[in-house]
Design a protein around this ligand. Structure first.
Ligand SMILES: Cc1ncc(COP(=O)(O)O)c(C=O)c1O
Length: 402
């Protein structure tokens, strides 16, 4: 890790992940990889995007498509998102929406908005690694968000010491990395806790649209709105993304929140990158309008079959000492290995002997615990590959030599 006396203190928290070294080996041919949590490129609506970019560059549109534009985002896309949010139970208007360069940018801005050094961010244990990295730049302390509340507001406040608990961050639907969903009671309990703590709630909806079975649960923002009447009175900030549904490469995400929060985030966007790429927003708008509704069922159908194949293969091949989550959506299954074992050691062994890759779970814990966990992604391998990869992994686990 390079440090330099000129670098700011915040860089001390920015660590390259140790597992990157191991994951470099993924470039080798014939590796079966359950490592990356990325969409299957075969599902990108590529023809619709080709047409959308052609339209955006056509006569009458190109001046706008290639020009600077407003920081809040492309108005027709924000209008489309007003309807989309209404379809999942959130009533808002265009001024409650900021377009960001992926939802990752929203996490960075929200860290910048709320966290002074030493403030507390409540996060899941484990939680999305990109959120830990984004918040880390603002030098917080992390505390474990437990839902439903085993820990009361007073305990969190005490633990926060001289800092304050500023927000609770979570991905309530099919989280990265565990694939688990927070049920309705958990969401309500979280809102109670946030009221007690008088802190914000950052709801990461990255996988919200990818439900394969079970009834949808309203977003936390919708539940808070039901309590309070207006989004302007809500402390929940919803982060959405087109990355898992249409394309991650175009880097288009959005934030929905009360207007004073959006206004602050707009100032941050102006300072950081002025606005997200105009032409990408125009293309995403055209594709979303033309085919979001018809495209999502195809994505769900493909990933549902892969999830089913992975769960069935785990059932068939894992030794009794291994347990795993049964996600209702998303891209991930989370495995717990016997206590005292190491997911990183298993990865080294699995790569070496059976050419199977995954992510050791430790990276997702702010305190570096969780050594005996691993994350498997099922989104980017077909069913036969999944069955073969899990069979091989079972073989290594049963072999015990790792
Ligand atoms: C939970 C979660 N949030 C946010 C992101 C960031 O996605 P994007 O910036 O592409 O919208 C990811 C990406 O994997 C994720 O898993």
């Amino acid at each position: 890790m390079t440090t330099h006396p000129l670098f700011a203190t915040r860089t001390q928290n920015m660590k390259a992940s140790e597992i990157r070294e191991l994951l470099k080996l993924l470039d080798q041919p014939d590796i079966i990889s359950f490592a990356g949590g990325i969409p299957d490129p075969a599902l990108f609506p590529a023809d619709a995007f080709a047409q959308a970019f052609q339209t955006a560059l056509g006569p009458g549109r190109q001046a706008q498509a290639l020009q600077y534009s407003v920081s809040e985002g492309y108005a027709p896309l924000r209008e489309w998102l007003v309807d989309h949010m209404a379809s999942i139970g959130v009533a808002c208007d265009m001024d409650n929406i900021l377009i960001t360069s992926g939802s990752q940018q929203a996490l960075d801005y929200l860290g910048k908005l709320f966290l002074s050094p030493g403030d507390t961010a409540l996060v899941g244990w484990p939680t999305y690694l990109g959120a830990i990295s984004a918040f880390n730049a603002y030098e917080p302390r992390f505390d474990r968000l437990s839902i439903p509340g085993n820990q009361g507001a007073e305990e969190y406040r005490k633990a926060a010491g001289a800092g304050r608990v500023k927000f609770a961050y979570l991905s309530p639907d099919f989280s990265n990395p565990t694939g688990e969903t927070v049920d309705l009671r958990g969401r309500e309990a979280l809102l109670d806790l946030a009221e007690d703590l008088d802190c914000a709630v950052i709801e990461d909806g990255a996988y919200q649209a990818l439900r394969y079975d079970g009834a949808p649960i309203p977003p936390i923002l919708a539940l808070e709105q039901a309590r309070k009447g207006s989004i302007e009175d809500c402390r929940t900030i919803y982060c959405g993304s087109f990355s898992k549904t249409l394309s991650p490469g175009l880097r288009v995400g959005w934030v929905v929140a009360a207007k004073p929060i959006i206004s602050q985030l707009v100032l941050m966007k102006q300072a950081a990158d002025l606005h997200s790429a105009t032409i990408n927003q125009m293309a995403v708008h055209q594709v979303a309008q033309a085919c979001f509704e018809s495209h999502i069922p195809k994505v769900r159908q493909t990933y549902r079959a892969r999830r089913d194949a992975m769960l069935a293969a785990l059932q068939a091949h894992m030794p009794d000492c291994v347990s795993w989550t049964k996600p209702e959506g998303g891209m991930f299954v989370w495995l717990t290995l016997p206590a005292g074992t190491s997911g990183a050691a298993l990865l080294a062994r699995a790569l070496d002997t059976v050419k199977v890759a995954f992510v050791p779970g430790q990276a997702f814990f702010p305190d570096g615990s969780g050594e005996n966990t691993i994350r498997l992604s099922f989104s980017n391998s077909d069913e036969d590959t999944i069955r073969e990869g899990i069979r091989r992994l079972g073989q290594v686990l049963r072999g015990g030599d790792w």
